[in-house]
Design a protein around this ligand. Sequence first.
Ligand code: ZN
Length: 242
Amino acid sequence: MTERELVEKIKTSRRVVVLTGAGISTDSGIPDFRSPNGLYSKYPEYVFDIDYFLSDPEGFYRFWKEALLPMSEAQPNRAHLLLAELERRNLIEAVITQNIDGLHQKAGNKKVIELHGSIFEYHCMECEKPYTLEQVKKILDSDTIPRCGCDGLIRPNIVFFGESLPVHALDEAMRYAQNCDLMIVMGSSLLVYPAAQLPVIAKKHGAGLIIVNKDRTGLDELADAKFDVNLSSFAEVLMQLL
Ligand code: ZN
């Protein structure tokens, strides 16, 4: 399949859903987790364990300041902007993402399902009061651990290892996977559940599957077409063909 044929396919499909992973954000300067320069080359994998967060919130928030706060200032790249344009033209129904960086929303997408939560949202673990990233940042300017007025620990609304995915987001993602007629995967190696399960569900319900990812993925054999390319260059080509 050529890029031109893919654009035609998107335009002639009725319900297109896009699934994105860390690979779509690397060109925005966000390190992925497992690549040679990824987060895990600098920090131990347990920084995202819920047990670590609960036992050493101060340590977690030090990591947060160094690694996650800069992520919140990243800007969308051409691949994010392409998906925003596709939504504006009613060519895609939704973006399902494994990313917590909020870049799809920054690019302008309205329908975004965040499977792993967002670094922009927080809440108190005792009274559930919601907090924004800005509020947490402010508290951390004068304290080492963000605490609520009720003295509860404030946590990010992200899915730590050892926690289950938000049921509502997962249900919604499953519904989109079952009902779409074309699923496009961008920048995910499709090795982690449930992201890896969604294209399988889509395929089982008769949808086409396109994978755009630099390097192999766990589901290349299942795809109708695979583009092994840099995502933002690929997006630039598609944008011109739209
Ligand atoms: Zn509270």
